[in-house]
Design a protein around this ligand. Sequence first.
Ligand code: PHE
Length: 450
Amino acid sequence: MHHHTRIGFKSNLGAIAALAGSAVGLGNIWKFPYVAGTNGGGAFLLVYIFFTLAIGFPVMLAEFSLGRRSQQNAFGTFRVLAPDSKWLLFGSLSIIAASLILSFYGTVSGWTLEYVWLSLTNAFQGQHAEEVTSVFNAFLSHPYKALLWQIGFMALTAAIIMGGVQKGIERYSKIMMPLLFVIIIALCINSMTLTGALEGLRFLFLPKFSELTANSILSALGQAFFSLSVGMGILLTYASYLPKTDNLTTTSLKVIVTDTLVAILAGMAILPAVFSFGIDPQSGPGLVFLTLPQVFQGLPGGTVWAVLFFLLLTFAALTSAISLLEVPVAYLVEEKKLKRPTATLLATLVITVIGSFNTLSFGPLKHVKIFGMNIFDACDYLCSNILLPLGGILICLFAGWYLNKALLYSELSNDHRLKIRFFKLYIFILRYIAPVCIFLILLNVLGLLG
Ligand code: PHE
């Protein structure tokens, strides 16, 4: 292996902020509350936490071990650890998948920026449900407004990535993650003071096992996966910047606890407000953009809360987006020997061009359908429901079967300096439990389990 000095994260805290920043995103704040709500609330939460620990954790640990071992980007990892094998295809797939995810992640992030702007300018003042809905729809079908915000968001993402690992990713994650915590806790406290808050909390925390179907068990697994950013070389790339002295097990536990905590806090901030204002918690993906502007209006200081909320969403989206952009950028720099600024511009340009189809598929390209879905939904479906689970299985199989056990052990134990207690169990999970479980979600989302 060729050793060169590669710039990594400067501090442990910075590394945690970056990793947690990747995991905490739109998945936690926008998706988790309504997915939990429609799948049995408390019971879903328990199953979600179980899967996060039982399957998300081992997969994340495998990605961490691979990335830090190879000291390479997502493609280079397989070039180094599995030279001249079919695994290189998986490396290429990771680069493509991360880029595709960012192409639609940027769409929703762009909407978030528009909503920061609308909140700042008090645009929702005095509007009723129908008006709030028509504002959202008019925005989506506007020929280029959403596209401009997406380009703006991608430019912000590129600006941070251009700064590199320490002066870009680490620095901005260290600023945005604490802010995110402050904002979400403030929103939580505020929500607790609303009349009817208890009903929202009951909805989230009271297990109703009767509502737990096979389908919701599997969506808990899917949600855990997406939320943790595992499956497509994203955490693997970040882990390649971790110092060799870092304890991978405790680091991944910290990331997992933070991610789960933010999902629960988001549920606690949003659901009581939704109940208090008599909004249907099952409004689905539109919940944030359609109902929250209305919720905030009814609050004293509503404009401030609205701005804070959409800023929170922006920070969460941005720290996830940079982790996605870093995947192709690290690839272009290390494999194609491009300079970092050139690589960043090239990757951003390609992703934004692809992304513009996603964004415009709510407006001018509304009529283009792929398997009955618009371009955005098709892209989301392909990435979230097929590529991520597939990537998860492949990582388990690679780390569990292909990779030399001694090598995996030495990476987890920092060359035998740390004591690793459950290694046998870990290998068992990687080889059998995790791949089989993930395979079941995959079948389910493809509609093959009925
Ligand atoms: N984990 C991020 C979120 O919850 C989304 C994401 C998925 C980011 C996959 C990177 C890779 O929003």
